[in-house]
Write a protein that binds this ligand. Structure first.
Ligand SMILES: NC(=O)c1ccc[n+]([C@@H]2O[C@H](COP(=O)([O-])OP(=O)(O)OC[C@H]3O[C@@H](n4cnc5c(N)ncnc54)[C@H](OP(=O)(O)O)[C@@H]3O)[C@@H](O)[C@H]2O)c1
Length: 472
């Protein structure tokens, strides 16, 4: 095959995401060679590629795939995270040259990406986080790159071309070395969990507290989507609450079991936050809420024993505006936590993660895309080190919204509506605006039983209390 007839890039794994990404790449004018473990899937993919088939080179062996790609080669892996990625790397390595590149575009744990970057000395490795689901992959995802910058620069013309665009700007950027791209993607998913959970909590108040029908709840979300909450997640929340089941004609949402699935990226974010000592309580609460949602039998038993929890809330105590403001405040607090975690990782791993750039990349293509992210990008560009809740535009939302959030959480507590993410967002807010907290009590206890010592506030140099020597 002459060099000019060769593919610009290769791709392994023609599942949901791989197929969509390959078509996107072909559509943007880049010939692509593809390979799938099951060759029948490769043949079907090629046969169904329509006009784009002429830019797709189907291959049925690793050798054929490698031979079909222009040198230095770049091959995208779009297979499940973990062992399948290591298997594909092991199969490709002997066939590749030192300047060839393997790109893992799946949802890898960033620790695995760090390891692969370190281990692979005979081939180059890039880890990219791709967000936006199947539609995003097909028409424009948000892409977060990690690895050596020169490697990113080599493939960025393709990745930028296929990415989503916000006012013409590509939503694809290099985040940093090693697993930085996959790390940022994991935090994106953690934020996604909390954003979704907060929406679900407000949905619960409308459904169980106010007895609103699904269609009316859909209307409320549609209204929210016209203001500061404008986002993909609010938009689809309106769509899914208004949709009718094709079998029964009932609202689809009312027939779905309240048991949330997860693939683990939210959990990774929560675990990593603990390692980093980065406080992300709303995200952690959202992960816990998904775990608790799967305890269906235990929850039914609890309801039988203690009586149903969510009671009607007097209508006069809740307004649409209050729900919207509470959700705005919750959302700001959740993103403030996510970016705070990114800043903590940036420092701890020495990655110099570009916080404003991250907010920019998330403005389009990904699941958490929203109008607010544009303001976040501007606020972070002004001062990267400042917690987002302190930036003037978000401080204003919080000043206006924390009262609504407080009232809603109080109603939740009074009438039995669980609000793990919204209430932990509120606790975070209250903690972050309390100059003199209560950790002096923790320090006194620690000094009493363990002689751990403490710092005094009056400058006297004595780090132990009068109980010194009396502890256990
Ligand atoms: N779905 C999403 O919305 C989404 C969004 C962002 C990121 N991701 C990530 O993208 C990656 C792919 O997800 P997907 O949704 O496209 O999965 P999928 O539809 O299940 O497709 C998986 C693909 O990987 C191949 N595969 C599985 N195990 C393999 C192995 N051991 N060796 C070689 N090939 C193997 C499958 O080949 P066969 O056809 O032979 O089974 C198939 O082509 C995952 O890391 C996922 O977390 C998914």
């Amino acid at each position: 095959m002459a060099q000019q007839d060769k593919a610009k890039i290769g791709l392994i794994g023609l599942g949901t995401m791989g197929s969509a990404l390959a078509l996107n790449i072909a559509e943007k004018g880049f010939p692509i060679a593809v390979w799938n473990r099951r060759s029948d899937a490769t043949r079907t993919f090629h046969a169904e590629a329509g006009d784009l088939a002429e830019r797709v080179i189907p291959t049925e062996s690793y050798e054929e795939l490698v031979a079909a790609i222009e040198k230095p080669r770049a091959i995208i892996l779009m297979v499940p995270a973990g062992a399948p990625v290591d298997e594909q790397i092991a199969a490709l390595r002997p066939l590749l040259d030192a300047d060839d590149m393997i790109i893992d575009a799946g949802n890898a744990n960033f620790h695995d990406t760090n390891r692969r970057v370190r281990e692979l000395d005979d081939v180059s490795f890039l880890g990219i986080g791709v967000s936006g689901g199947e539609a995003g992959a097909r028409h424009g995802p948000a892409i977060m790159g990690g690895g050596e910058k020169e490697l990113w620069d080599r493939v960025s013309p393709i990745l930028e071309a296929i990415s989503a665009k916000f006012k013409g700007e590509p939503c694809a950027a290099w985040m940093g070395r090693e697993g930085a791209g996959h790390f940022v993607k994991a935090v994106h998913n953690g934020i996604e969990y909390a954003d979704m959970q907060m929406i679900a909590e407000v949905y619960g108040v409308m459904r169980d507290g106010l007895g609103m029908k699904a269609d009316a709840i859909g209307d409320a979300f549609a209204r929210f989507n016209e203001g500061a909450l404008q986002s993909y997640l609010i938009e689809i929340s309106s769509i899914v609450t208004k949709a009718a089941d094709k079998h029964t004609g009932e609202p689809m949402i009312d027939l779905i079991l309240d048991k949330a699935g997860q693939k683990g990226t939210g959990r990774w974010t929560a675990i990593e936050a603990q390692h980093l000592a980065a406080p992300i309580p709303a995200i952690e609460a959202a992960v816990v809420a998904r775990n608790l949602s799967s305890r269906v039998a235990a929850r039914r038993e609890g309801e039988e024993l203690f009586g149903a929890a969510p009671m009607q809330i007097p209508e006069s105590t809740v307004s649409d505006e209050m729900l919207e403001r509470a959700l705005i405040a919750g959302k700001v607090l959740c993103y403030a936590q996510g970016f705070d975690m990114i800043a903590a990782a940036s420092e701890q791993f020495g990655w110099a993660l570009p916080l404003p750039e991250i907010a920019k990349v998330w403005r389009e293509g990904c699941i958490i895309r929203s109008a607010m992210l544009d303001d976040m990008a501007a606020a972070l560009a002004e001062d990267e080190d400042r917690n987002l809740m302190l930036a003037p535009v978000f401080a204003r939302y919080l000043r206006e919204g924390h009262v609504a959030l407080r009232e809603l959480v109080a109603l939740g507590a009074r009438y039995g509506h669980p609000m793990p993410a919204l209430s932990s967002g509120l606790s975070y807010f209250d903690t972050m605006r309390t100059a003199r907290g209560t950790a002096n009590m923790i320090q006194a206890q620690r000094d009493y039983f363990g002689e751990h010592g403490f710092e005094r506030i009056d400058g006297i140099e004595d780090e132990h209390g009068p109980w010194h020597g009396h502890g256990v």
